[in-house]
Every structure is written in C-alpha cells, then in structure tokens.
Write a protein that binds this ligand. Structure first.
Ligand code: CTP
Ligand SMILES: C[C@](O)(CO)[C@H](O)COP(=O)(O)O
Length: 425
C-alpha cells in the first residue's frame, strides 16, 4: 500500500507499508547485493551511555566471549550487503583493527561528518545503494533492513521509523514559585509524527552529492537528503532497533540478546538418517516397525530383526551424532539375542530427550516386494509413535519395491531407510 503526501517543502514522503511489501518482496539476489554497501557509523564517544569505553565497543552479555555492540551491528548487515564500511573514532584505531572484513574509515567531529567520510571512501567503488546505520542500533532485525532495501527499488531514499503512539507534551518550568521541577506547559499534535531509525538507505551518488553540498548541522541523513531534493520513503521500524543511548539501554539490549539466543537454541534442529538390511530365512512372519506381519519367511538377525525400527533407531542416533545401534547394542553381546527392537528405539529416543531434543518428525521407507506394507502402514505408524511417546502425525511409514532388481527384488531380504528430525525441546 502506498500513500503519498506533500510536505511544506513540496518534497514527497511516501509511506511504505512493509508488511504488505514483505509478503511479496523477493529476496535480494546475490548479484544485486554486490552493489549495496552498509556504512556503519561508530565514531561517537557514547558520553550519555557511559562505561569504560565508548558504547559501540562494549560487550552485550556478561560472558567474556560475548559480542560487542558493533559486532552485532555488523553481523546484522552481512547477509544483505557486499561491503561493510565502519567509520570509527581516530582514537579507537586499535579497537577498530579487531574488526574483520570491513573497510575502516576515520570519522569526524559530528555524525554527519562521519557519514560523509564513509561515503567518500566508497566513491568509485561501484556502489549503487548505501545503507547508513548507527552502530548503536546494534540489534536491528533483518526485516527492517529488508524493508529499506525493498523500498529502495522504487525510491532514491528510504528509512525505517515508528509512528508516535503516545501523547506529546511540551515541558516547561513552573511559573508558581512554590513549586519546583518540570511541568507540562502544552501538548503537541502527534498526528503524522514518526520516530526516526536507521539504516537510512539511499541511491549512492545522490546521498554523496547531498552530503557534499550540505552545510551545517543535521539530525540524520534523511534531513541531509531532503534538504537536497531526495524524497524519502518511510518503512516499518522496530522497537528492537532501538539506539543504545543511556546506561539502562544496555540491560535492555542484554535481555534481547539473551531472548534471541534462547529462541535460536529452541529452533535447533538436527537431522539423521539410518539404513538397515536383514536377510530372509525360514519362518512364518516378519516384524516390521513394531508390527507382526504374517509372511512365508522371517527376517534373520541377532534381535527380532525389525529392519524398519533399526533404521529409525539409527536415524535418531545419527541426528544426535551418538554412533549407531551396533555401538549401543553390540551383536556380540548375548543379552541382545532375540531382543525386541523397541528396546533400541526407546533407548535412542530416551537419549535424545536426555540431550534436550524431541522428535519433530520421522519417515521410514521399507524396500521389499513382499509382504505388502500398505495394509499395515497405519498400525506401524501407531506402534512407532507409541514406543517413542510422540503424536502419530510425526511418524511416517511407507514402502517401495525395487522393481525386482537387486537383493530386495529377488526377495532375499528387506532394506529400510529412515530420516529423523529432532528439535531442541
Ligand atoms: N562524530 C560522531 C558522532 C556519532 N557517531 C555515531 O552516530 C551514531 C549515533 O550517535 P549517538 O547515539 O548520538 O552516539 P554518540 O555520539 O556516541 O553518543 P553521545 O551523544 O552520548 O556521546 C553512533 O553509532 C555514533 O557512534 C559518529 O560516527 N561520529
Ligand atoms: C540518526 C538517528 O539514529 C535517528 O534517530 C539519530 O538521530 C542519531 O542519534 P542522536 O542521538 O540524535 O545523535
């Protein structure tokens, strides 16, 4: 959705509704990325934030190996751009040299001067678009960056912002001699007001020319751009894209890093595959995936030779990187002679749970000409689900023939393949 308004200087500000755009926006193609640079300004002194060193060099999180504010900011842009330029304070050269795979540029006395220094360093480097970002907005979500890049496909300027939702007051000192402190002395219309964030993205040549031509102060690059005729589309900002400005902002950033780390751990998925074969011998049934299936022959093995359950058990061990069924239940050990295979599967899923994983889903394929598996597939799914203590919807059992080719085609035995996906619980 696009809404156009005309401001006092007759410059168009276009509001881009990101959620709608993101739904249909294709990812930025790697070949287009080669012309996009991130310019991260980190040359401030962080006087309001305090601390032993400027805020951008402080760590988020208590652990010694925790990433610094600037490391987070750089990491956020890596997937979206080909070049990262970091503008640092000349006094921070030693700190800046610890940054890998970035172009370092000494900054200036003001933010605008630092941005200009960074832009100058990118001249004649084949850059089409530049995203100018505060290092202090370290925890920017990827969708905010994508929103700006998407808007830049149609505009020479785009920047994220959040609509002001609170009432706005003006404060003044009390006129009553008996009262001291700050008092509300007026309200302001919040309609149409936004809280500006970064990255502020621009067509490179246009913003370079604007910064070169700009004299005096500027709150940000949008102000510089608009002063020189570049229309700026507003894209969706995020509360997570806050600027670390005061000491209390570190606690907020730490908490967000912790939350993201926990969410990421929960999203940890491990995949494993398993394969097993058992030959036919004399008998009148086979055990397949926990179901006794009548058949003119039986599968031979040290245990009950449930080839499907063995493949699934191995898939779980594989996902956990904890060896295979033979290591846990050696065929040389007489105690497993004739053992029911659910013992093995229970052990594997139990180990997964001990290690903090739960079954996400699993899929077993039996390869045989006979017996026909289809009529038993539902019972097999139910049996496996019951043994593992998971919902049957997480378990798939299917079969295929090998077109009478090979040992399964000659009905010398049955093969089974399995895949297991485990998720951090
Ligand atoms: N001369 C300057 C001033 C600021 N910045 C950068 O601009 C961003 C936004 O500025 P701000 O949050 O105001 O940072 P500081 O200037 O460091 O903070 P303070 O005003 O508290 O000293 C920061 O990433 C900061 O490092 C810069 O590159 N060069
Ligand atoms: C550019 C900016 O982040 C937009 O909100 C902000 O203006 C820079 O920080 P400062 O505190 O205003 O210096």
């Amino acid at each position: 959705m696009w809404r156009k308004t005309t401001d006092a200087q007759n410059l168009i500000i276009t509001k881009v509704k990101n959620s709608a755009l993101q739904a249909c926006a294709p990812p930025i193609m790697p070949n287009l990325m080669t012309k996009i640079a991130a310019l991260i300004v980190a040359a401030g002194r962080g006087t309001r934030a305090g601390g032993e060193m400027p805020k951008q060099w402080q760590r988020l999180g208590a652990t010694p190996g925790a990433l610094r504010v600037i490391d987070h900011a750089i990491a956020a842009f890596r997937p979206h751009v080909a070049r990262v330029v970091v503008v640092h304070h000349p006094d921070d050269m030693d700190l800046a040299q610890s940054l890998e795979n970035v172009t370092l540029v000494p900054g200036g006395a003001t933010r605008a001067a630092s941005v200009k220094a960074g832009l100058e360093a990118l001249e004649n480097e084949g850059i089409d678009k530049v995203l100018i970002h505060d290092a202090a907005r370290a925890l920017i979500p990827a969708e905010v960056i994508r929103g700006v890049l998407t808007a830049l496909e149609n505009h020479n300027g785009a920047a994220p912002a959040l609509m002001v939702t609170d009432a706005l007051w003006h404060a003044g000192n009390s006129r009553n001699a008996a009262q001291t402190g700050v008092f509300v002395d007026g309200t302001r219309d919040r309609n149409g007001l936004y809280r500006a964030q970064t990255p502020q993205g621009f067509a490179f040549e246009a913003i370079l020319a604007a910064h070169r031509a700009h004299a005096g102060e500027a709150a940000d690059d949008v102000e510089v751009a608009r002063a020189h005729g570049i229309a700026v589309a507003i894209t969706e900002g995020s509360e997570e894209n806050f600027k670390i400005t005061h000491p209390g902002d570190f606690a907020r950033a730490d908490a967000l890093v912790r939350q993201r780390t926990e969410e990421k751990a929960q999203m940890e998925i491990r995949l494993g595959n398993g394969y097993d074969v058992h030959r036919f011998g004399e008998g009148d049934h086979v055990w397949l995936c926990g179901v006794k299936v009548p058949h003119g022959r039986s599968l031979q093995g040290h245990s009950d030779a449930d080839v499907g359950m063995h493949a699934l058990t191995d898939a779980i061990y594989g996902a956990l990187a904890r060896g295979d069924i033979g290591q846990h239940f050696p065929p040389t050990d007489p105690q497993w002679k004739g053992a029911e295979s659910h013992i093995f599967l229970r052990h594997a899923i139990g180990l997964a749970r001990e290690m903090g994983y739960e079954m996400m889903n699993c899929d077993v394929t039996l390869v045989c000409e006979r017996p026909k598996v289809g009529p038993h597939a539902a019972s097999m799914r139910a049996a496996l689900a019951d043994i593992m203590g998971v919902d049957v919807e997480k378990v798939s059992v299917k079969a295929t023939t090998s077109e009478r080719l090979g040992f399964t085609g000659r009905e010398e035995g049955i093969a089974a393949l399995a895949t297991a996906a485990l998720i951090k619980s």
